[in-house]
Design a protein around this ligand. Structure first.
Ligand code: HEC
Length: 222
């Protein structure tokens, strides 16, 4: 037993003198029994590199290719098909980075009636496949998800008082039990959904006794 303690003490002294205390700092590289992937021959973007003929680490994209998520097409049409990467109202629904804006982005050119029709038509499609399952086709918050008891409280969009930019933001970033849709819906589709929600709100307030409105409603519900 005496030897056991002696050997035990010696082992402790040996281990500590070889490996040091926890947290000790060493000048020499550490002993690594399982080096895992601690050290790799990876490329440092700004360092010279003989591997490539031009001697640089960071390489330009291969001619004729476009990195995913980028486009060389700077037109508004192409921007509208994208998913948002700028700080403008069109991309964020906000002015000055914090205030939600009222109205639609100028890029949609809604002074042109054809564009309004196209936006609302697309909005109806988007609302139908993306929103109605929860909010209901009329936007009253009583869609299938509520009827089946999946989500108890779903906003009634017909009475929502959010301005256009804020509506856009809820779609883009989600809220509560509503997931974000910024990565599924293009900028155009999101604004189209906003326009359609505004349309639903207007229709909720429309006076059915007005003959002109009655005519439009009856034509739509034939
Ligand atoms: C998975 C179900 C679900 C889907 C799909 C969904 N929503 Fe929602 N939405 C909700 C819920 C739940 C809330 C309430 C969130 C909260 O405030 O906690 C909500 C809130 C909102 C609000 C905020 C209303 C207010 O006045 O506060 C807007 C606007 C909205 N949704 C629009 C949309 C649009 C447009 C779509 C389709 C692009 C959509 N939602 C798709 C569940 C959904």
């Amino acid at each position: 037993m005496r030897y056991f303690f002696l050997i035990y003490a010696l082992v402790i002294v040996f281990v500590i003198s070889t490996f040091g205390f926890r947290g000790d700092k060493f000048k020499k590289p550490p002993i690594r029994i399982f080096p895992d992937m601690d050290e790799q021959d990876y490329v440092k973007a700004q360092k010279p590199n003989n591997f490539y003929a031009n001697g640089m680490s960071g390489q330009k994209p291969v001619t004729g290719t476009i990195p995913q998520g980028h486009s060389t097409d700077l037109s508004v049409e192409s921007e509208l098909k994208g998913y948002g990467n700028k700080e403008t109202y069109l991309h964020t629904g906000k002015f000055n980075d914090k205030n939600f804006g009222k109205g639609f982005p100028t890029e949609l050119e809604l002074e042109n009636a054809e564009n309004v029709t196209a936006l609302l038509t697309r909005g109806q499609e988007v609302f139908g496949y993306k929103c109605s399952v929860c909010h209901g086709l009329s936007g009253n918050g009583k869609g299938a998800a509520k009827a089946n008891g999946f989500i108890p409280d779903i906003s009634n969009l017909r009475t929502s008082e959010l301005v256009e930019g804020a509506l856009y933001d809820v779609i883009t970033n989600g809220r509560g039990n509503m997931g974000q849709m910024g990565s599924d819906l293009s900028l155009y589709d999101r604004w189209a959904a906003v326009a359609y929600v505004k349309g639903l709100q207007a229709s909720a307030k429309a006076d059915y006794n007005n003959p002109k409105i009655k005519e439009i409603f009856d034509a739509a519900n034939k």
